[in-house]
Ligand binder design. Structure first.
Ligand code: GLY
Length: 422
């Protein structure tokens, strides 16, 4: 039997968000704030990759060659962060651990230094606000750095936020706006005219009308947003051509405890410190509450979230090279999360090509950073049917081969997507 997601207020909600991780909750909150009735479905709301993530807001220090479009989106979201956080803290009455602390990217030896100088030159060419420091200058800022550090670049605009507290605050803020959060696993997309119990994909039906859960419950809604992170490609009933090309990319992360908070005089570390060690991105993110997050591996292991001895060993070994004193700190937590990776490392936003289904997934290494711009753009799209210009390069259209047939029953990919891009 079909039930509405917004059960308490009666009737179907305007929007059902599949996925109650950071992105899904932020979309729900922003859409509800625009006056839509919103439901969220997730087996563990507030869980997901953001619970594991370090919460670096690293538009500048994550920049890669050839990813200028993604850089523009990352910078835009970084620009929106202070306002987003202020509104959320006001709405939820909870702090989210946003810290404007800057980031120091460090070179450990002469080869690293040569490579980091290239990165620095690239960043300067792009007009990004970075400055070069000698090893001595870097150690003056962060005295716990290894004596071998040969140079560093300082990105004073790359900050941090606590993903766990962000999720908790979003759950509160959603609750205050009447968002109905349903604990359950969405198994299958439902479409008007589809045969009950029909096979995944294929020609079953027209406009999207909701989802069926694992336990058979059907949740109906005016529109569905697929924001299920690394699980976004697993929803049955989505035609193959429409399914977002998202895969899980495992990241193992450690949490240690510093003797005092990052803001205290003589703190163990005062700002985010990162390096590329043996080709692996290593970062240490110190929080005001004394937590030190060390990450992260990058592994193509499917849906495996096992914390391995090798993963922990490599992170500690590399972190010890960067900050030798780290081995004195208590290790309080190990965890592994799954980034929703996409073929070009950029998110998939807005129209799916299927009437009634929108996408907010594929954020890869930048999910926490991209949350504000994703939520704003999706809310606008859900309200007006038009996707803001800043998100236009990130629709699913970029993955469609020209001349490929559109999904059976799906709106034709080209025109449908063009119409909704403002
Ligand atoms: N944002 C850093 C990571 O994904 O490891």
């Amino acid at each position: 039997m079909g039930v509405s997601a917004a059960g308490s207020s009666g009737g179907s909600p305007d929007v059902l968000v599949v996925g109650g991780g950071l992105v899904g909750l932020a979309v729900a909150w922003r859409a509800a704030a625009r006056g839509l009735r919103v439901g969220v479905v997730d087996p563990a709301p507030g869980g997901g990759a953001a619970r594991v993530a370090a919460g670096m807001l690293a538009a500048v220090t994550e920049v890669k060659y050839g990813e200028e479009a993604l850089l523009a989106l990352n910078l835009e979201s970084q620009r929106r962060y202070p306002g987003f956080v202020a509104e959320l803290v006001e709405a939820a009455g909870e702090d989210v651990g946003y810290r404007e602390c800057g980031t120091l990217a460090v070179a450990l030896d002469a080869d690293d230094r040569a490579e980091l100088r290239e990165v620095y030159a690239h960043q300067r060419r792009l007009g990004l606000p970075v400055s070069w420091l000698t090893g001595r200058e870097a150690r003056r800022l962060e005295p716990m750095l290894a004596a071998s550090v040969r140079g560093a670049l300082l990105a004073e605009g790359d900050h941090q936020v606590d993903g766990r507290r962000l999720c908790a605050a979003l759950l509160t803020a959603c609750g205050r706006l009447g968002v109905d959060v349903v604990r359950g696993s969405a198994r299958r997309l439902l479409r008007a005219g589809g045969s009950p119990g029909g096979r995944a994909g294929g020609a079953a039906g027209g406009r999207v009308v909701g989802v069926r859960l694992d336990d058979g419950t059907e949740l109906t809604a005016g529109q569905v947003v697929l924001a299920a992170g690394s699980h976004s490609a697993l929803l049955e009933g989505v035609p193959e051509e429409v399914l977002p090309p998202v895969r899980p990319v495992k990241g193992q992360v450690l949490r240690l405890r510093m003797p005092s908070g990052a803001g205290a005089p003589g703190a163990f570390l005062g700002r985010t410190v990162r390096a590329v060690v043996r080709g692996v991105h290593l970062y240490l993110v110190p929080r005001l509450n004394g937590e030190l997050v060390v990450g992260a591996t990058e592994e193509e292991m499917g849906y495996d979230t096992t914390v391995t001895a090798g993963g922990v060993y490599e992170l500690l070994r590399d972190a010890h090279e960067l900050v030798p004193g780290i081995t004195e700190l208590p290790l309080v937590e190990t965890s592994a999360g799954l980034r929703p990776g996409s073929p070009d490392n950029a998110p998939v936003l807005g129209p799916s090509g299927l009437d009634g289904l929108a996408l907010a997934t594929g954020h890869g290494r930048n999910g926490v950073l991209l949350t504000p711009v994703t939520a704003d753009c999706l809310a606008e799209y859900l309200v007006s049917g038009r996707l803001p210009e800043v998100a236009a390069p990130f629709t699913a259209r970029r993955f469609r081969r020209s001349g490929a047939p559109s999904a059976a029953g799906a709106a034709p990919a080209g025109p449908a997507l063009r119409e909704v891009v403002a």
